[in-house]
Structure formats: C-alpha cells, structure tokens
Design a binder for this molecule. Sequence first.
Ligand code: ADP
Ligand code: MG
Length: 138
Amino acid sequence: MIQQTLCLIKPDATKRHLIGKILSHLEDAGLTIKALKKIQLTREQAEGFYAEHQGREYFTSLIDFMISAPVVAVVLEGENAVANYRALMGATKPEDQKQGTLRKMYALSGRENSVHGSDSVESAEHEIAYFFTTNEIV
Ligand code: ADP
Ligand code: MG
C-alpha cells in the first residue's frame, strides 16, 4: 500500500552537512520526497513533537539536542513507506543498528541519531500535519 511518513534530519546531521547524503539514500531506495523544509524548532515545538516521551529520563536532553541546530522535515511517500523507511533508518539502540542503515552510518550516540521516522501510519499522519499543510505536499 502507498503510504506517507515523516522523516526528520536531526541537528547532529544538519550540523555535519549530511542533508544531501541522507536525502540521496532515501531517493535511491525508491522513496519520493513530497515536501521538505528546514526549520529551527522552538523548545515548545520540540516538546510538542515528542510529547509522548515527557517524563522519560532522557526527555530534557532530547529536547536540548533537538533545538541545538535546525532540522529538516521531509514527507516521504512510497510502498509501505512507514515500515520501509524505519528499516532504512535503523534501530533506536546503537547495538541493534544493522550495517547499511542511516543510523549505523551516521549516528553519534543513542540520542544524537541523525534521523527520526514515524512509527505507525497513525503517528505519520499526526507528525506530517505537525509540520506541513496539505497544499505543501506535492
Ligand atoms: P525512535 O527515534 O527510534 O523512534 P524513540 O521514539 O524511542 O526512538 O525515542 C525518540 C528519540 O529519543 C530517539 O530517536 C533518541 O534521539 C532519543 N532517545 C530515545 N531513547 C533514548 C535513550 N535511552 N537515551 C538517550 N536518548 C534516547
Ligand atoms: Mg519514535
């Protein structure tokens, strides 16, 4: 089934000039870029985006990281895009990251892990709407 999902290129990656390499990897894998913007998140925007993580021990450091430099928000579309992009992205825990995944290639740590990806069709809809209006997705 054709799906859309949200990718964020996180501050550790934008700071290291990895935007182009990450977008190339996604396009080479057959995903279509439907929308794209570079944004400096406010603390409130970052806290809202990661609201489900509020109360976790890593929450404050995650928010500090997410506002430490701009992010690039990307709407990706393709066959089974939610799961396919999660597979390209790689696991959350560094020890679980497989060779060839974006996080294995680029992550600096369990927190500074270069990319975000929606974890379900429902969260993808919510996360895409967090950053884009319908007419920005083309
Ligand atoms: P994912 O990004 O793989 O979906 P989560 O939704 O569990 O992972 O966590 C959101 C983000 O919070 C992670 O990508 C990472 O930046 C950060 N994070 C999660 N768990 C930890 C942790 N144990 N220590 C530090 N940062 C974490
Ligand atoms: Mg997540």
